[in-house]
Design a binder for this molecule. Structure first.
Ligand SMILES: NC(=O)c1ccc[n+]([C@@H]2O[C@H](COP(=O)([O-])OP(=O)(O)OC[C@H]3O[C@@H](n4cnc5c(N)ncnc54)[C@H](O)[C@@H]3O)[C@@H](O)[C@H]2O)c1
Length: 508
């Protein structure tokens, strides 16, 4: 989409909000209100002296258009956003992008302001208040390789990164995913990520991708086998793909000087946290102790990344070379669930799903007769196991924040829990999903599964504070979005989504 560029001098922007801490901030808001946006999406980049010293924060605000053109004040909209904005504009060298969407604006407009903060303002003609997607950008914030990017969490993270102005290159073997995910990402983001069908254990193929895309400076690593039960049946395959694949990736990254890695770890690494006093909700300092092969591969990869990044930093420092560019984020997610609110993107495993909510989705659509509940003799409020369910859209945003943190703060290796802090039992989930579907879903209680634990509820305080990230969407919202996805697409990506859902996106 083309933008028309104007200078600050050619269009002075009046102050709107008396309470605004920054004249430049109020200028943006004022201009946005002229445009009568139905939805505003705002991204702030604090850009350091060099390109890689850069962080970006993205938040969205929905501004309801009022009859009398009255808009809620900035702080009324989202206090966290305004805190970030203040920090963004007061940074010594900062760049602020404000993306506004409006069906009122006929010709897209870009304002380049020429004071020390050098903010830019971009309006796009796309209106998408509920889909929360970004249709255009004038520059890439950075380029990221996403392994496993056509999978469930990978596809949502790709969307979040494109939406925030990153360019994305995906490698995936399509072992448990479909290329159609890329079409859906493009439909929602208005941009298509590059894609290569590559096995993560194939170092040579990874080299070729890095060689073709020299702009890549970071990796988000999702590609893995992830079925807990299967991991105890074919453990060598789990170690080969998960651990071996991660080592191949680090080797290849090193050859191409790609030095930031965000890794998909799991709450499974904690094992049974109830074996210690005061470890529920689980903090990051809870001792690691996975109870199954899959969890052990994840904890082993955490160790591999930690040892390697630390060694790279130490060795380079000894040689008197820059070393702080080597960084790793170990993101321990709790139970990802839900789908895109548009109803056209969601989880579409190639075989039998392993997680509770997709299984319940199959019961609701009649593809499965009933849900098996593994154990009702846990010491919980209703006897079933407790998990922390996190909406996949929130989780994807967590990756964006972790990536931005690595690139701006260069902390070395850090682990963060990505969870809501709210635990729900299996029975509570069945009830919440049944409420959304409008009828009781059939289940049967069977014996506990070996390796399952009573309670995996996150303490997300560290991510809340350091990454300025916290969940915004509830488990109930995840149930709603999941039902919209499965009821409209019972065949997942093997069918076209209903015309009315596509029409809603096109209209937006
Ligand atoms: N979904 C969860 O409940 C959960 C929880 C914690 C952690 N994780 C981790 O998050 C990551 C993504 O999980 P997901 O739920 O999106 O799973 P997913 O299966 O949908 O995504 C994984 C992707 O990796 C790809 N892949 C598998 N083997 C590969 C290989 N050898 N080479 C290249 N690509 C390969 C698959 O095709 C798939 O697209 C995984 O590492 C998983 O262990 C998932």
């Amino acid at each position: 989409m083309a933008f028309q560029r104007l200078s600050m001098a050619s269009r002075p922007l009046p102050r709107l909000l008396a309470s605004s801490p920054s004249p430049s901030l109020s200028s943006y808001t004022r201009t946005a209100s002229h445009a009568q946006p139905l939805s505003l999406s705002l991204a702030i980049s604090a850009v350091g002296p060099r390109d890689r010293h850069r962080s970006q924060f993205q938040r969205r605000i929905q501004l309801q258009r009022h009859q009398h053109r009255h808009y809620p004040s900035y702080s009324q909209v989202d206090p966290r956003l305004s805190r970030q904005l203040i920090r963004g504009v007061s940074a010594p060298i900062a760049q602020t992008l404000l993306v506004a969407r409006s069906n009122k604006i006929r010709s897209p407009l870009s304002l380049s302001l020429s004071h020390s903060h050098r903010p830019g303002l971009f309006f796009s003609t796309a209106t998408s208040p509920h889909l929360q997607t970004r249709r255009s950008t004038t520059m890439a914030v950075g380029t990221v390789l996403i392994t496993g990017g056509t999978g469930y969490i990978g596809s949502f993270t790709t969307l979040a990164l494109l939406d925030a102005g990153y360019d994305v290159v995906i490698v995936d073997s399509l072992y448990n995913s479909s290329k159609v995910a890329i079409d859906r990402i493009e439909l929602l983001a208005g941009r298509r990520p590059d894609f290569y069908q590559v096995d993560i254990t194939n170092e040579k193929a990874l080299d070729e991708v890095f060689a073709k895309h020299p702009a890549i400076d970071s990796v988000i690593h999702f590609a893995a086998l992830k079925a807990v039960g299967e991991s105890s049946i074919i453990p060598l395959e789990y170690y080969r793909v998960n651990v071996g694949g991660s080592i191949a990736l680090l080797q290849s990254m090193t050859r191409y000087n790609v030095t930031n890695i965000v890794f998909s770890s799991s709450a499974t690494v904690y094992g049974d946290a109830t074996r210690f006093p005061d470890m529920i909700p689980i903090p990051e300092h809870c001792p690691i102790g996975p109870t199954n092969t899959y969890g052990r591969t994840k904890s082993m990869i955490e160790d591999v990344i930690t040892d390697y990044v630390n060694a790279q930093r130490t060795n380079l420092e000894k040689e008197g070379k820059p070393f702080q560019q080597w960084n790793g984020a170990l993101l321990r997610y709790f139970n990802p669930c839900g789908a895109h609110p548009s109803g056209i993107m969601g989880e579409d495993p190639q075989g039998v799903p392993f997680n509770l909510l997709p299984l319940l989705g199959q019961v609701a659509t009649g593809q499965r007769e009933k849900l098996l509940v593994f154990g009702e003799d846990y010491p919980s409020r209703d006897g079933t196991a407790i998990r922390d369910y996190i909406h996949v859209v929130d989780l994807a945003r967590g990756h964006l924040e972790a990536l931005n943190y690595l690139r701006s703060k260069q902390p070395g290796v850090k682990a963060w829990n990505l969870g809501s802090g709210r635990g729900s039992t299996v029975f509570e989930i069945i009830k919440a999903f049944s409420n959304v579907v409008g009828r009781d879903l059939k289940y049967e209680v069977v014996a506990r599964r070996p390796g399952d634990v009573l309670d995996l509820t996150a303490n997300p305080k560290l991510a809340n504070e350091e990454l300025q990230w916290k969940t915004e969407l509830t488990m109930e919202k995840a149930c709603e979005d999941l039902w919209r996805w499965v009821s409209n697409n019972p065949q997942g990506y093997r069918q076209e989504p209903p015309a009315e859902l596509l029409a809603a996106i096109k209209k937006a």
